[in-house]
Design a protein around this ligand. Structure first.
Ligand code: GRF
Length: 194
């Protein structure tokens, strides 16, 4: 199973996938890692791991649809079976979703459909819920919407700040992403042997 991973930031979820592949625990090929801006640590990690990288810089485009088209083309060039949005902080166009129909996987640091959007951790704390968590789901053209694959709860403690809570969620999120990819890879392999 070939995957392309899209990142915008530090890429610790991506690192968990790289580590699992390198340890022989995850039978997938990371065909490439792409970013929406130059200089992300996620791309740096990928280069260090010998993975191909590309940047489709959002700020280099005046027209959002042109950026979307360029991103779609860049990802499609790697013919991925699954595209993973791993801390990729851009909303992609319906054309991108169509091009990777049923193949675009997203992770989100909250229990969807609660607290979608860029501040899922902050919004859960502000609401005052006592339990939040993370979600791995197939993404559609909405903001953090689409069929849910896996979720796990994380308790919010009185002493939590947004950062401490997000770090605890990310520990669970990394494990959930790797295990989801492992089961997708197993299904992919089984489908190929039929
Ligand atoms: C993750 O919690 C992801 O769900 C959210 O941003 C975080 C990215 O973390 N959208 P990292 O870049 O993988 O460290």
């Amino acid at each position: 199973m070939r995957i392309v991973v899209l990142v915008s930031g530090t890429g610790s979820n991506l690192q968990a996938v790289i580590d699992a592949v390198q340890a022989g625990d995850l039978d997938i090929e990371i065909a490439a890692v792409g970013a929406d801006r130059a200089g992300t640590y996620g791309v740096e990690r990928s280069v260090a791991a010998g993975i191909e990288t590309f940047v489709v810089d959002f700020k280099a485009y005046t027209d959002r649809s042109e950026w979307n088209a360029a991103l779609t083309e860049a990802v499609a060039a790697y013919q991925p079976d699954v595209v993973v949005s791993s801390g990729f902080m851009r909303i992609v166009s319906p054309e991108f979703i169509d091009a990777f129909d049923g193949k675009y996987l997203n992770t989100h640091p909250a229990l969807l459909p609660s607290f979608p959007g860029a501040h899922g951790v902050r919004d859960a704390m502000a609401y005052g819920v006592k339990v939040t968590g993370c979600t791995v789901h197939w993404a559609d053209a909405g903001v953090d919407t689409g069929p849910i694959i896996a979720q796990e709860a994380v308790a919010i403690e009185d002493y939590d700040t947004e950062d401490t809570l997000h770090e605890r969620i990310k520990v669970v999120e990394r494990r959930l992403l790797v295990s989801t990819l492992a089961s997708l890879a197993a299904k992919h392999a089984a489908a190929r042997t039929i």
